[in-house]
Design a protein around this ligand. Structure first.
Ligand SMILES: *[C@@H]1O[C@H](CO)[C@@H](O)[C@H](O)[C@H]1NC(C)=O
Ligand SMILES: *[C@@H]1O[C@H](CO)[C@@H](O)[C@H](O)[C@H]1NC(C)=O
Ligand SMILES: *[C@@H]1O[C@H](CO)[C@@H](O)[C@H](O)[C@H]1NC(C)=O
Length: 320
């Protein structure tokens, strides 16, 4: 018998229709911002389940349980399919599992936060009676550290991911980052999803708050969640998601896939590159802090959302 939070089960049931359920929880982003850690926490400790590999996901790799990539523009669905999208999507989350093997459902595609059409598509596809109940989790990491982690990830990953990349990853991070820095200036504001735009979080949040109430979106800074204040932040997260029984809430967060183990990773960058990137990100970071501060002052954010801790500067080394 699964020990599940009955409050979480009740919340999830309100999101189920005949064909299946809409997930109550969404980990929106960003990539390399602990989305796997949050997923493992929800999945292994709090009784949340991901998608079944059925329907459009039949035969797909296991990681699609976490990341359906339904809304993130990988060609699975598009706007012409809005009338049937809900049915296709909800069949991945069967009603019979709720309160049985699962307390609730979670979707965790971390590309969703920065995908330009994701929020629009989701809002148009889900009935208003359910879309108002979604709970979105956003964890934001210092943008240069995130980009370096993504670079290391791509170098380890499949050839397909390598090919999709606009800048060559077979070179040092510094060279790769300079390539993106040049493209960044040239491409505003199209292809916001690519390259360094992945770290422009202010615009990404705007995409979502245009369609969903700010109080449905919980914004954490990565360092507080992963390093400084993990136990408190896990409790805050659980409470946001309606998990109310204290005894199932763990004190630590799983660390798989956050830093990545050993082998051939670039860990530090030179200061010239750091300063170049900092020059690009700093104004956007300031806009992000101002936005979050305003959301708190105007009480637009959920009451339990902690103040956002500004990013620690990315460390760097000098060449002599
Ligand atoms: C949308 O997706 C459908 C089904 O995959 C496809 O047939 C159609 O060409 C797509 N439309 C656009 C505009 O991409
Ligand atoms: C990427 O860089 C490597 C190493 O410099 C080089 O051998 C390769 O041809 C480059 N690939 C592309 C597509 O430019
Ligand atoms: C941890 O978070 C709580 C809630 O936001 C806050 O009151 C506390 O000061 C934080 N502690 C540290 C060490 O950051």
């Amino acid at each position: 018998m699964l020990v599940v939070s009955m409050a979480a089960v009740a919340r999830q049931r309100a999101l189920c229709v005949e064909t299946g359920c809409w997930p109550a929880a969404w980990i929106l982003g960003c990539p390399k911002c602990a989305s796997t850690s949050v997923w493992l926490l929800l999945h292994d400790s709090l009784g949340f389940c991901g998608a079944e590999l059925a329907g459009l996901l039949e035969g797909e790799a296991e990681w699609h349980e976490k990341e359906t990539h339904f809304w993130s523009g990988r060609g699975v669905v598009n706007t012409s399919m809005v009338p049937v999208i809900g049915e296709l999507f909800t069949e991945l989350y069967p009603v019979r599992k709720v309160g049985d093997s699962c307390a609730s459902f979670v979707e965790g595609t971390p590309d969703n936060l920065r995908t330009i059409d994701a929020a629009t598509l989701l809002k148009k596809s889900a009935p208003p009676s359910v879309s108002g109940l979604f709970r979105f989790v956003v964890v934001l990491r210092e943008p240069i550290a995130r980009d370096l982690s993504w670079y290391n990830h791509v170098r380890r990953a499949s050839r397909k991911l390598l090919r999709e990349h606009e800048c060559n990853v077979s070179v040092s991070y510094e060279e790769y980052a300079r390539c993106h820095a040049e493209k960044f200036e040239a491409t505003f504001p199209r292809s916001q999803e690519k390259g360094l735009w992945g770290g422009v979080y202010k615009l990404q949040l705007d995409l979502w708050t245009r369609w969903f109430d700010r109080s449905q979106i919980l914004v954490f800074d990565f360092a507080s969640l992963v390093v400084y204040n993990t136990t408190t932040y896990i409790r805050t997260l659980a409470s946001f998601l309606g998990v109310d029984d204290d005894h199932i809430i763990p004190a630590t967060i799983p660390h798989r896939n956050v830093v990545g183990a050993g082998d051939n990773q670039q860990r530090t960058i030179d200061c010239e590159t750091r300063d170049l990137l900092e020059g690009i990100f700093a104004p956007w970071n300031e806009q992000l802090y101002a936005l979050l501060d305003q959301d708190h002052r105007a009480k637009r954010a959920w009451v339990g959302e902690p103040p956002f801790r500004p990013f620690d500067p990315m460390p760097c080394h000098h060449h002599y």
